[in-house]
Write a protein that binds this ligand. Structure first.
Ligand SMILES: Cc1cc2nc3c(=O)[nH]c(=O)nc-3n(C[C@H](O)[C@H](O)[C@H](O)COP(=O)(O)OP(=O)(O)OC[C@H]3O[C@@H](n4cnc5c(N)ncnc54)[C@H](O)[C@@H]3O)c2cc1C
Length: 431
């Protein structure tokens, strides 16, 4: 059975019923592609990867056509937890072991990624509600001790001193839950309104001269010819920025980048009770493999993400799924109503590092493994540089080759269910 994630869980051409969609002003629809066009660069997918690449390339004077199957920011970029974490998805210990020659550059790229997000927000006056501060909450003493040692190491070896380690009392005072043994607070990281950020990038790209077409699903890429049902674009360079929705458009990448679904709820506004949940306006992620993450909205709702689900279809009752981990951390919210619940499709790789790949004039970056707000935006800049002849950072990102999932496309679903069950079990047993 082929499962088409671009249509399986959503109404075509519509944003999901998220708190984000309710609190963002959509752009006027962009007309679907009709007929034949020519461009220096054709980009497929208008999430952070595609939008950022488009903006950077148009600013450099290239002609760019951006094709989006649904609406700009329809995918993970318009639905995510909004957390802009430091570093790559794998920590520096891991990177130094796996890619000793590139670990420092990978750190620097991640630092630049966070700065890029903030610079784009400032330069294009995007109402993305950027707030500094991401806490990392550790369930066990061993993980809390590691967080402390890692904060010291980042300061010593990378000159990064924005991470403050926290003991049990410290994390408890910050996040109003007795569940955690310790953790840290990284004031160099931050959080934002993800859909407004995506829409702001789209507006900036349009202003820079990018031709954007929505409701324009790409059905085939043949060399430099990109086809939709009703049109085609001939381009010197093609950028596939489809992330979890790539499907069969590029079978080799699809075997390395696996889509998974993840879920978020918004509660009713908490008023003064919000101070007992988070005493500062920071975001939090815990150390579960099936990670829980949360923060307050501008109108002081709790936005909480988490919950396990297997298979490509969103579960019928997302609110019930996410309520469980939310109440395990905040039992005091048992009486609070959930007003919004939504799902999104992201993409992971086997080693959790994004998959950058180029072959002739075709470029792709995807599989940010839950760490894509900054890195996908940065990928757009890095791909834009590669298209213009400087592939040095693109190639550094590609130095950690992501292996194919065993069995390739056909076996990915059952394998993932198995892996997630194992990791979920591991979480529950505290292994
Ligand atoms: C629920 C959830 C929570 C998350 N939380 C965080 C977080 O807190 N912090 C963090 O850093 N990351 C988080 N992520 C991950 C992050 O959102 C992604 O890594 C990032 O948005 C990827 O951007 P992208 O542009 O590559 O992909 P997407 O935003 O998914 O964009 C891909 C686009 O391509 C379009 N497309 C696909 N196929 C075609 C086609 N054939 N033709 C035309 N268009 C096509 C899609 O419609 C889509 O708009 C989360 C993701 C989810 C789903």
């Amino acid at each position: 059975m082929t499962m088409d994630l671009l249509t399986a869980n959503d109404r075509p051409g519509r944003y999901p019923a998220s708190w984000y969609a309710e609190t963002a002003t959509p752009l006027a629809p962009f007309a679907p592609l009709k007929g034949a066009q020519r461009a220096d660069v054709c980009i497929v997918g208008a999430g952070y990867t595609g939008l950022s690449a488009a903006l950077h390339l148009a600013q450099a004077g290239l002609s760019v056509t951006l094709l989006e199957a649904q609406r700009v920011g329809f995918g993970a970029s318009g639905r995510n937890g909004g957390q802009v974490g430091s570093g790559q998805r794998q920590d520096q210990d891991w990177l130094e072991r796996q890619a000793p020659g590139a670990a420092r550059t990978l750190w620097d790229i991640a630092q630049e990624a966070k700065a890029l997000v903030q610079d784009l927000i400032a330069e294009h006056h995007i109402d993305a509600a950027w707030r500094p501060g991401v806490a990392h909450a550790c369930h066990g003493a061993r993980s809390a001790a590691h967080a402390r040692a890692y904060a010291e190491r980042l300061a010593r070896d990378y000159g990064y001193d924005a991470v403050q380690p926290l003991d049990r009392a410290g994390i408890g005072a910050l996040i109003g839950s007795g569940s955690f043994a310790g953790g840290d607070l990284d004031m160099g990281a931050g959080h934002l309104h993800p859909l407004r950020f995506a829409l702001g990038l789209a507006r900036a790209a349009q202003g820079a001269g990018v031709r954007i077409h929505e409701r324009s699903r790409v059905v085939a890429v043949e060399g430099g010819l990109v086809r939709t049902e009703d049109g085609e674009v001939a381009a010197d360079h093609v950028i596939l920025a489809c992330n979890g929705y790539l499907g069969r458009l590029h079978p080799d990448i699809a075997a390395r980048v696996m889509p998974i679904n993840n879920f978020i709820v918004a509660t009713e506004p908490l008023g003064n009770r919000a101070d007992d949940i988070l005493s500062r306006d920071i975001a939090v992620a815990d150390d579960r493999f099936v990670v829980n993450y949360w923060r307050l909205s501008e109108d002081r709702r709790l936005l909480f993400g988490g919950g396990e689900s297997y298979g490509y279809r969103f579960p019928r009752d997302i609110a019930a799924l996410v309520r469980r981990p939310m109440l395990s951390i905040y039992p005091q919210l048992a009486d609070v109503k959930i007003t919004h619940a939504w799902g999104g499709t992201l993409a992971i790789t086997l080693n959790r590092m994004p998959c950058f790949h180029r072959d002739g004039g075709i470029y792709t970056a995807s599989g940010y493994s839950g760490h894509g707000v900054a890195m996908a935006t940065m990928a757009g800049r890095i791909i834009a540089a590669a298209v213009q002849g400087d592939a040095s950072r693109f190639d550094t990102m590609a130095t950690l080759p992501t292996r194919a999932f065993p069995g390739g496309g056909a076996l990915r679903t059952p394998l993932l269910a198995l892996a997630m069950t194992w990791y979920g079990l591991r979480d529950r047993l505290g292994l």
